[in-house]
Write a protein that binds this ligand. Structure first.
Ligand code: DLL
Length: 434
């Protein structure tokens, strides 16, 4: 059974008419209430009256992560602050976070998107859903929570980590579905095996996995290890969190909840829209959002819109499993981090040079990401005293943990030992075969 057939199985013509009406409303509203958008549209020579059909969306300027940072904390608010009932922020960023502020209606839309997502994975009211995404500013925990609540399922809000207890509750409360990052799902299975626990004897049928890149190969491993169906789910803080796109029983691309979050694919170099079927950068306009609406937000995620209709009966368009990003953002154990943030953190530490290399691997046994940061020590500080070097190393480790929220193995290397480049410096070696 499809959660919301009225919205998910609409004819294309009806949906496009609805999307156009919502888009037009949105543009008029933000032009009149958010100085940031008024200036942006004025600078582009566009007025709300120029939006006369859905394709006119291409006339509108893009919004970027930099815009969100510059308007922190509430510069993009399109309603009085009293209307905001919840706030989330993107994970693991130093300095200025990226904010999403929700009105009660926005939370309901988010819950709706997540209820459709859980339903896509076969969940219903009678199920017990174990939510092993982190609760807090990250959208994973609360997103799944709101969706499961809307569905009326029993929620186990255990959050991430605490693996032994996760397994115990899964068994004792007969969880039918669980949600977490794909790497944590594999890690949990591995731990269970070591503890002699047979997870296939549990009541689990399915899992919703996302928030980081994964592959068909990982899907197979998860499905085999747990004896479940593993579904890919997509979303990002800026748009709403998880619930933007989800796989159905066909497990062949993620349906976008495009009555709320309108997708486009653009050429990342020229910004020109690309037709369905062509790979490029995913862009979203939040056509129903009240709190912090976004016009043509550049996600930097690379995918394409699958032109064929899905066998499940939903008519919402699907995106292909993500191919990667157009920027250098890394996701290490679910935490988003840019190499430039590591560089900033290093500059503030005495004794090191901002010459560094990040090497990311996925441990073949635990299936968790492991990141090593090689940093050059400056010639004055470089010493044979292991004690001094060890103190510097642990200082860097602590700064990375507290400022960026990531655990990295730090390796100090001799001055001038990291290869210099005559062009763009190579800062990252990603050995994960995703
Ligand atoms: O990761 C929201 C989320 C939570 C999605 C739980 C799914 C499940 P952010 O922390 O803002 O939000 O990170 C968003 O993560 O732009 C993608 O690059 C990446 N990402 C999210 N889902 C997937 C996925 C949450 N299924 C960024 N496959 C996005 C690959 C994903 N990458």
């Amino acid at each position: 059974m499809i959660w919301n057939p009225e919205c998910e199985c609409m004819s294309t013509a009806a949906r496009q008419a609805m999307q156009f009406a919502r888009l037009k409303n949105l543009v008029e509203h933000v032009y009149n209430t958010v100085p940031f958008y008024r200036q942006k549209l004025d600078a582009a020579g566009i007025s709300p009256a120029d939006i006369t059909c859905l394709a006119d969306i291409a006339k509108l300027p893009f919004t970027t992560k930099a815009d969100l940072r510059e308007t922190y904390p509430y510069g993009l608010l399109a309603v009085p602050q009293a209307e905001i009932v919840e706030v989330h922020m993107s994970s693991g960023t130093t300095g200025t976070p990226v904010v999403d502020a929700y009105t009660a209606k926005d939370l309901d839309d988010w819950a709706e998107g997540m209820a459709r997502t859980l339903n896509g994975a076969g969940a219903c009211k009678n199920d017990t859903i174990q939510n092993a995404y982190g609760y807090g500013l990250f959208t994973g925990g609360m997103g799944v929570h709101h969706g499961a609540r809307k569905m009326g399922a029993s929620i186990i809000p255990i959050s991430s980590g605490n693996t032994q207890k996760q397994l115990m509750l899964m068994r004792d409360f007969k969880s039918n579905l669980f949600a977490c990052t794909p790497s944590y799902a594999l890690y949990m299975a591995e731990q269970a095996k070591e503890m002699g626990i047979d997870v296939k004897s549990f009541s689990l049928r399915a899992g919703c996995f996302g928030a980081e890149p994964w592959s068909e190969n990982m899907r197979k491993q998860i499905e085999e290890a747990w004896g479940i169906k593993a579904y890919d789910i997509y979303g990002l803080t800026e748009i709403t969190g998880p619930g933007v796109g989800f796989e159905c029983e066909a497990q062949n691309g993620m349906h976008i909840n495009e009555d709320m979050w309108y997708p486009e694919i653009i050429d990342p170099d020229t910004g020109e829209p690309l037709p369905d079927g062509e790979k490029g950068e995913l862009v979203f306009t939040t056509i129903t959002k009240e709190g912090t609406p976004l016009i043509r937000y550049r996600t930097r995620d690379i995918t394409f819109i699958i032109p064929e209709a899905c066998t499940c009966g939903r008519t919402t368009r699907r995106i292909h499993r993500l191919y990667g990003r157009t920027d250098d953002m890394l996701i290490i154990r679910g935490v988003n981090v840019f190499p430039s943030q590591i560089e900033h953190a290093l500059i503030e530490i005495q004794g090191v040079e901002p010459n560094y290399l990040i090497v990311v691997d996925r441990n073949q046994v635990t299936h968790l990401d492991e990141a090593e940061l090689q940093v050059e020590v400056n010639p004055e500080q470089f010493s044979d005293e292991t004690k001094e070097m060890e103190a510097l190393r642990s200082n860097i480790t602590n700064v990375l943990k507290s400022k960026l929220g990531i655990m990295m193995r730090v390796k100090l290397v001799e001055p001038k030992s990291i290869e210099r480049s005559t062009g763009k410096a190579k800062r990252v070696i990603d050995n994960r075969k995703l």
